[in-house]
Write a protein that binds this ligand. Structure first.
Ligand code: EPZ
Length: 432
């Protein structure tokens, strides 16, 4: 199993190209199931989760081709993926595949809406909490689906098609909103989604569905209206920039000091996080191509943060921010309101000498002057990158174990950091 070795203490200086968003690419790829036309997705990141989803879609009969790279292509340019779901051969998503990637449960919506039936394994819990799918099933039931749960599988049927309805989510859910959008696009009549997620990835999915012929208004607000159509067609769509990757590198620069331009990204995708970074004493400016992050001299100020659905501070940046706060001047209170168990990184950050205690849903971080490199273990995607952030500023050497978590969501992490002066290397299985 690969590991990453980091020697801390280098400032980051240079340019980091930001990839397409994992959490937009996944639902967009799943939307290919809604049509017998070809869906072409550009700026798709090269990630383990994307490859896994290609396998899962392939199991349903989706053909894929990836554009080969041409000489002279930018090494970081995202890949172009052509997905063709003309011939669905299987409407079952088996446990062996769904259990490896939660988001793959969302295939239930397009399969049901287009073919009238879907059998999809329940995804189960994961390292950040129980993460049920009750709201997703509620949305499909509102649209007229008959849902049965048998031997760990959700069996959803709508032999006469889905019917538009009002769906009022009791809590903001990104996956629930994706599922409702996809299903309602092919339902008879109109659907109103209330308390919809406003995340940029929801807007990206809606934009792509609109290009495919869906009639959707209000994406990006809490109320989305969908007028169902009988058929969707193929389309070409470019995946939006990854706001979590953007925020992660911004926090890395705030941590080490230095001056980095994050290219191909937009501040409006993560304004709440950038505002918090400015309060820590980091300079954030917008350039023609992205966002410039600088911190010279001066310490890191402690700031309190509460995670919230978009446009609030994202839960997917909570661990990274905690990494930064371990070296802040003073005490920071970090409250997690989205997932009940998303603090697995606390005990790992303590290995660097960080002072963090938990009180219910809040982590209290007393900043320390120095962190010291240590062997640590990645537990989930965002937790693992918070360890990288700590390691970049720690004295001496850190070995991050279980790097496959990082490969799920960060494209060429070590290359991007090394290009800015960090000392980072991947140790392949058996090495070092
Ligand atoms: C998406 O997960 C993201 N995943 C997560 O990113 C992200 O943390 C999360 O949204 C919140 O922003 C992808 O986009 C692939 P939710 P999702 O439904 O859709 C509860 C990462 O690191 N809930 O918005 O699964 C749920 O337990 C990942 O990239 C129910 O109770 O999250 C949570 O407390 C991790 N019942 C809250 O709602 C349901 O049926 C929000 O979850 C559904 C959700």
């Amino acid at each position: 199993m690969d590991r990453i070795r980091i020697v801390g203490g280098q400032e980051l200086r240079g340019v980091i190209p930001i990839s397409g968003a994992k959490n937009a690419a996944l639902p967009l790829m799943i939307a290919s199931l809604l049509t017998d036309g070809k869906l072409t997705l550009e700026n798709v990141p090269r990630l383990a989760d994307v490859n896994m989803l290609i396998r899962i879609l392939g199991n349903h009969g989706v053909d894929h081709t990836v554009n080969g790279k041409r000489i002279g292509d930018e090494p970081y340019a995202g890949q172009t993926l052509h997905l063709d779901a003309r011939n669905i051969v299987d409407t079952t998503a088996p446990y062996e595949l769904v259990s490896r990637m939660r988001a793959s449960f969302w295939v239930v919506a397009p399969l049901l809406a287009r073919l009238g039936v879907a059998k999809v394994s329940l995804p189960g819990g994961c390292a950040i909490g129980t993460r049920p799918v009750d709201f997703l099933l509620m949305a499909l039931e509102k649209l007229g689906a008959e849902i049965e749960i048998d031997s760990g599988y959700v069996i959803a049927k709508a032999p006469n098609g889905l019917k538009g309805a009002e769906i009022d989510f009791p809590k903001v859910t990104v996956g629930g909103t994706h599922v409702a959008l996809m299903a309602a696009s092919l339902a008879h009549g109109s659907t109103l989604i209330k308390n919809a997620a406003r995340e940029p990835e929801v807007v990206d999915l809606a934009d792509c569905l609109i290009k495919m012929g869906a009639r959707i208004t209000g994406a990006g607000t809490s109320t989305i209206e969908i007028e169902g159509v009988t058929r969707l067609s193929g389309a070409t769509h470019s995946v939006l920039p990854d706001r979590i990757e953007t925020g992660t590198y911004a926090m890395a620069v705030a941590m080490t000091g230095g001056d980095v331009v994050l290219e191909n990204t937009r501040p409006d995708l993560l304004q709440a996080a950038l505002d918090v970074l400015e309060q820590t004493g980091t300079s954030v400016t917008t350039t023609n191509t992205g966002i410039r992050i600088r911190r010279n001299g001066g310490g890191i100020q402690a700031v309190d943060v509460t995670t919230d659905p978009f446009p609030g501070f994202p839960t997917d940046l909570q661990a990274q921010f905690m990494g930064l706060m371990t070296r802040a001047r003073g005490t920071s209170r970090i409250k997690e309101t989205i997932f009940e168990n998303r603090f697995m990184h606390v005990s790992e950050l303590a290995r660097f000498g960080a002072h963090i205690r938990l009180e219910g849903d809040t982590a209290i971080v007393d900043g320390v002057d120095k962190l010291k490199g240590a062997p640590v273990m990645a537990t989930d995607l965002r937790a693992s990158v918070s360890l990288v952030i700590a390691a970049l500023a720690a004295q001496g050497e850190t070995i991050v174990n279980r790097v496959y978590h990082l490969d799920r969501g960060f494209e060429r992490l070590e290359d991007k950091l090394v290009a800015c002066g960090a000392i980072v290397e991947r140790l392949s299985s058996g090495e070092g």
